[in-house]
Design a protein around this ligand. Sequence first.
Ligand code: AMP
Ligand code: ZN
Length: 116
Amino acid sequence: MMNPKSKDCVFCRILDGSIETDIIYRESGIAVFRDANPQAPVHLLIVPEEHIATINDASGVIVAECMEAAKKIAKDLNIAENGYRTVINCNKDGGQEVDHLHVHLLGGRKMGWPPG
Ligand code: AMP
Ligand code: ZN
């Protein structure tokens, strides 16, 4: 079942235009915009248009579509060859703050490991 857009969800409000944000890519149910608190020279959020709270609630198809979008954008931004990181935080221990599934795409610098 499709989840309705949630008026309480910040990413749904970005997607419906009620929070003004520069959406840099929007295709086939996926949207991409810049993270408001960037942790790297490139820090984008890849978000399904459908309100899905966490990766636990998402189909593999939607997760794959988000990852395909990440790959395409990394290539378009010329960070694919040097490399980049994709992150999906899930729930409390994963550090998820916005309960609308999103993939972080981070690049433009060397990433540390392990994550904190
Ligand atoms: P997470 O901790 O994985 O849920 O990540 C949520 C991310 O959303 C954080 O990196 C925030 O900086 C980012 N964020 C929160 N509100 C906004 C907003 N209005 N526009 C863009 N990014 C946002
Ligand atoms: Zn939402």
